[in-house]
Design a binder for this molecule. Structure first.
Ligand SMILES: [Zn+2]
Length: 236
């Protein structure tokens, strides 16, 4: 298992680690701040530095409990100490759009009882699908975005709690939806708590307070079926 430093500190951009294995372009460290694609959120990019040389990390994936870094010229790296650096602009964009999805999720749940059925998060945009809502009119979309931006501007703090799976399952349907997607082997659940507006099981990276998200805009609404009412969003 790779220790995932981004879970404790999503603002960590540089870290020291040890290369434990190299195979082709795949590099595994004992610990990493690089986020691997998962939970809808795209992977980080950045560099690994060793012996005065810099190697480009262009993809990061989870494979069998390990975080695997895909690195250009990895054959020239060696096992041992290494410094990792995250491309912060990319990561911060991912964090802002990820946290935005929590906020709009709280709005859709409060207004319509709709639950998230899927999402995709990029550095410059994101999309989220909901069930339990009819196709909204333009003015409804406007109201949803107004309420989303109102909650963002309230500047709620974001904090984390670790609870047992059983404890998390006793909470609302809203949280259960995400927990049901976790494999049975997962016994501890990480809850992300955004002020008084949102509590959700999530292993992604978020900003510290909602004002960092900026102003949210709905670029497009698309109905992909009754369980996939899709909002395409970006922040300004
Ligand atoms: Zn999240």
């Amino acid at each position: 298992m790779t220790q995932r430093l981004y879970l404790a500190d999503s603002y960590l951009t540089e870290f020291e680690g040890t290369i434990e294995a190299i195979s082709g372009e795949k590099v595994v460290l004992n610990q990493t701040a690089f986020y691997p694609t998962g939970g809808g959120q795209q992977h980080d990019e950045g560099t690994l530095q060793q012996n005065g040389r810099s190697f480009h990390v262009y993809d990061v994936r989870q494979e069998k409990g390990k975080v695997v870094h895909y690195v250009k010229n990895a054959e020239e790296l060696e096992r041992g100490p290494v410094t990792g650096r995250i491309d912060w602009d990319r990561r911060y964009g991912l964090m802002r759009h990820h946290t935005l999805l929590h906020v709009i999720g709280s709005v859709i749940y409060d207004l319509y009882g709709g639950l998230c059925t899927g999402n995709k998060i990029y550095p410059d945009r994101a999309r989220i699908d909901f069930n339990h809502i009819d196709d909204p009119s333009e003015s409804e979309i406007e109201s949803i975005m107004q309420e989303t931006n109102r909650r963002i501007q309230q500047n709620h703090p974001v904090r984390y709690e670790e609870v047992s799976r059983e404890e998390a399952e006793t909470q609302s349907d809203y949280i259960k939806t995400a927990i049901n997607l976790l494999p049975p082997s997962v016994k501890k659940v990480r809850l992300v708590v955004i002020g008084s507006i949102d509590t959700q099981a999530c292993g992604g990276t978020h900003v510290r307070q909602t004002s960092e998200i900026g102003t949210a805009e709905c670029v497009k609404f698309v109905s992909k079926g009754k369980n996939n009412k899709r909002f395409e969003l970006k922040t300004l």
